[in-house]
Design a protein around this ligand. Sequence first.
Ligand code: PBG
Length: 323
Amino acid sequence: MNFPDYRPRRLRKNENLRRMIRETRLSVDDLVCPLFVTHGSGVKTPIDSMPGQFQLSIDHLIGETQKIRDLGIPAILLFGIPETKDEQGSGAWIDEGIIQQAVRRVKDEVPDILVITDVCLCEYTSHGHCGVLDGEVVDNDASIELLARTALSHARAGADMVAPSAMMDGQVLAIRDALDGEDFEDIPIMAYAAKYASCFYGPFREAAEGAPQFGDRTSYQMDPPNAREALREIALDVAEGADIIMVKPALPYLDIIRMAKDEFDLPLAAYNVSGEYAMIKAADERGWLDGKRTMLESLVSIKRAGADIIITYFAQEAAELLR
Ligand code: PBG
């Protein structure tokens, strides 16, 4: 069918028509809300480069989680900021660690929301790398043992799901083995399978206080120009027992999200990262973009590309508009 018989504009005439033929629908069911939890009480420290986001002590975390639950968002993703750091990142797995305490309290007081925990060492190590060092090199096999220990401690505290983000080879298998070894075979793993060495994490590193003190993460996170390698990375995580796979960041990697969707049948998550959030907030503050519409268009593009789950700092704002 060609013009003048076919006129695509006929179905764009009004909102009811557009609603009828809309192919992708964003829903609160798709959203996961990341939160930063810190020590102390009564703490709600704004994160400069992420307007509307805060470092929260556990008392504030509870209130925030209740709000998120009331908005209908199914899950939160917790990042911890420990009181002290050391070479090994021991704050990541100790029983009285910030995440372990936070998870126990949230599961106790807001039991009807899913609690997912980020499993990484970068917020806990004095050097800020995602694993332990051998000289100036991140030691893969030593690191995955510590990541497994960390995931296990989260499960013991009551986490519903763990999300390893360190990009160490074999981390999913090590975590699956550790969980199964203690009767946590029902705890799913959401694997940051294709995580790129991205400058879009900049604001997060301020938020979570986890910037590397020397060097960068290019020896373990993926090289941005690579696409086929992402499929190999994802295939490895699937083989190691991932239940949900993730592509991260989202907007600059929509092609990777689409490839992953076409190739794998596991649920697919995409992480709309801190820099993606900060750009829209900054442009909105200057009056250069309409923040809300830009947010919704960005989120729907991530879903249209193939994401089933969208991890986003916009979760609460989006949920308010989607209700
Ligand atoms: C920890 C981790 C990072 C992010 C999530 N988990 C930072 C990094 O890898 O440097 C980034 C999240 C964001 O930018 O929103 N490894």
